[in-house]
Ligand binder design. Sequence first.
Ligand code: PS7
Ligand code: MN
Ligand code: MN
Ligand code: MN
Ligand code: MN
Ligand code: MN
Length: 343
Amino acid sequence: RHAEKQIPPEPHWGFCYLMLHKVSRSFALVIQQLPVELRDAVCIFYLVLRALDTVEDDTSIPTDVKVPILISFHQHVYDREWHFSCGTKEYKVLMDQFHHVSTAFLELGKHYQQAIEDITMRMGAGMAKFICKEVETTNDYDEYCHYVAGLVGLGLSKLFHASGKEDLASDSLSNSMGLFLQKTNIIRDYLEDINEVPKCRMFWPREIWSKYVNKLEELKYEENSVKAVQCLNDMVTNALSHVEDCLTYMYNLRDPAIFRFCAIPQVMAIGTLAMCYDNIEVFRGVVKMRRGLTAKVIDRTRTMADVYGAFFDFSCMLKSKVNNNDPNATKTLKRLEAVLKTC
Ligand code: PS7
Ligand code: MN
Ligand code: MN
Ligand code: MN
Ligand code: MN
Ligand code: MN
C-alpha cells in the first residue's frame, strides 16, 4: 500500500512503524525486511499484542478494571474510537494514540484481521486467568508461556501461510518457538519483574524455586547466592528442552526474509541463556548481550547453516560453564549434547 505507492506514508502507518521502532528496535529491524503485505500485518500484530501486554504489565491498574479489558481487547481493535491510557514512556504513547493502530488494522486483509483477532482474544483470556493465579507447577509455566508467546508462534505461522510464502507448520513446533523466547525473557527479567511496583510479578514456577528457597524473592539476597545460581541453572535447563523443536521449525522454512525474522530472535535467546547460565548478575541487574554481539547476530544469521553454527557455539560456551557440583549438571549436559549432535 503506502510502500507500493511510494508516496508519503499515511499518518497512521507512519505512527505504527515509528512506534514499532521505539518499542522494539530488534523486531523493527527484522519486520522491515519481510515481504510487503506480510510486513504490515506483522507490524500491526506486534503493536496490538504490545498494547495488550502493556495492560497486563501495568500493576497500578486494579484487577477488577484490568481483567475485563484483557478479555475484550480483541474487540477494541475494530473500534477506531477506543483507547485506554496506561503504561509509561513509549508504551503510554502507544496506548494514548491507539487509534492509529486500529485504523491500520482495519486496512489489513480480512484473513490477517481474523488471525490477529483470534490470537489477541486467546492471549487476553490467558493473561486474565494468570492475573488471579500464580505459576505453581511447570505445567502452569508452560501454560502461561503458551498464552503470551506460544500463541504468537501459532499466529505468525498462520500469517506466513496466509501470505502464500510458507506451508503451515505444526502448532506444537510453533508453540515451542514462542516458549523458548518467553522462558529466556522470564529468566533474564527475574529482578525487573520481582522489583515491579506497586506489585511484584512472579513467573518462575514454584515447583522449581521451592527446591532452593522458601520464597522467590529470597533468590536476590546475597546470602543465598549458591542456591540462587542453582535455581537459575535449573530454569535454563528447563528452557533448553525447546531447542530441538525450534531447530526443526526453522529447518522447514523456505522464504529467506521469513527465515531471518524467525531465526534472529532465537539465536539471541540461546546467546542470552548462555550468558545467564551460572551468572549471579541475573539477580543483581540486567544481563544483556553486548551491542556488538547483537549486531553480529543480525548481520550473520542468514541460512540454516548459520543457525546451526550459532547454536553450536553458544551450546559449547554453556557446556564449558557446567560445574559437576550443580544438582542438575547431568540433565543440563544431556540436553546440550542433544543440541550439539543436531547442529
Ligand atoms: C517466529 C514462529 C508479532 C513479531 C515472536 C509484543 C517477546 C510482550 O518484553 O515479560 O519483558 O515486557 O511482559 C515464533 C511479536 C514470541 C508479544 C512475548 C516466535 C509479538 C514473542 C506480546 C514467537 C511479540 C515472545 C510478555 C507478549 O512477556 O515481556 C515464531 C510479533 C514470538 C509481543 C514475546 C512477550 C510477552 C510479550 P517484556 P513480558
Ligand atoms: Mn488510510
Ligand atoms: Mn511486558
Ligand atoms: Mn507481560
Ligand atoms: Mn519480561
Ligand atoms: Mn522486560
